[in-house]
Design a protein around this ligand. Structure first.
Ligand SMILES: Nc1ncnc2c1ncn2[C@@H]1O[C@H](COP(=O)(O)OP(=O)(O)O)[C@@H](O)[C@H]1O
Ligand SMILES: [Mg+2]
Length: 208
């Protein structure tokens, strides 16, 4: 049975699509089967899949409007590996349908207090759907105390934080534009190490 992850946040630009592409390619590079569902009508991940070269490992891809998500996920759930859903920022109903199908809701979070405050809406949906959540720090600046401050605030609220975090690195944006993950475009970069660490953390979550 596949493990289903919804990457969600009401905040546009939080890094949902970037995390989906880089988590998927890191899991896939390790030989795991991965299917992606783009639930965001903006279609960022759809564009990524369209420009993805034929020379890299294949990743199942589908764009699905919110109401079609349960059916699509059910179809993939019978397979092995991971199903990862990229979700829209503001369309709460579509995000809710995606979260409802998930085993785990991953919330990318840029390390700042306003960004932490902004996740309450997503946490509320996950709680209403009785789904476990895991926060993941994204765009962590190379320097400064913000990461520790936000991590402390997250711990104070008893919210689980994934061991894998992404730094603020151009490698993520660069790979995305070519339909790749950083593990494919720059396998020996710090960004690729971060993507593999996130994949490891997610594997541990899936193993329970
Ligand atoms: N870790 C990162 N390092 C550098 N740029 C990032 C990182 N994560 C996201 N970005 C950039 O931030 C912007 C928004 O990211 P995106 O994944 O599209 O967010 P969302 O899907 O939540 O709207 C994009 O330009 C993306 O390249
Ligand atoms: Mg997006």
């Amino acid at each position: 049975m596949a493990f289903v992850i919804a990457v969600a946040s009401r905040k546009g630009g939080a890094g949902k699509s970037t995390v989906v592409a880089n988590l998927a390619t890191a899991l896939r590079a390790a030989g795991t089967r991965v299917a992606l569902l783009d639930v965001d009508p903006q279609g960022t991940l759809t564009r990524w899949a369209q420009v993805r070269p034929a020379t890299v490992p294949e990743i199942g891809f589908e764009a699905a409007a919110g109401w079609r998500v349960p059916q699509s996920v059910d179809r993939h759930r019978r397979e092995d590996g991971f199903v990862i859903l990229d979700t829209p920022p503001h369309a709460d109903n579509d995000a809710k349908l995606a979260i409802r199908t998930a085993d785990l809701v991953v919330i990318p979070l840029q390390p700042s207090m306003p960004d932490l405050w902004a996740i309450d809406g997503t946490l509320a949906i996950a709680a209403a759907e009785k789904k476990p959540v895991a926060l993941m720090l994204n765009r962590v600046p190379a320097q400064g105390r913000l990461r520790d401050e936000v991590a402390a605030a997250v711990a104070e609220r008893d919210l689980p934080l994934l061991a894998g975090a992404f730094g603020n690195r151009t490698a993520f944006a660069s790979a995305f534009g070519h339909g790749l993950g950083v593990v494919e475009q720059a396998p020996r970069s710090p960004a690729a190490d971060e993507a593999r660490a996130l994949a490891e953390a997610i594997r541990r979550e899936a193993a329970g």
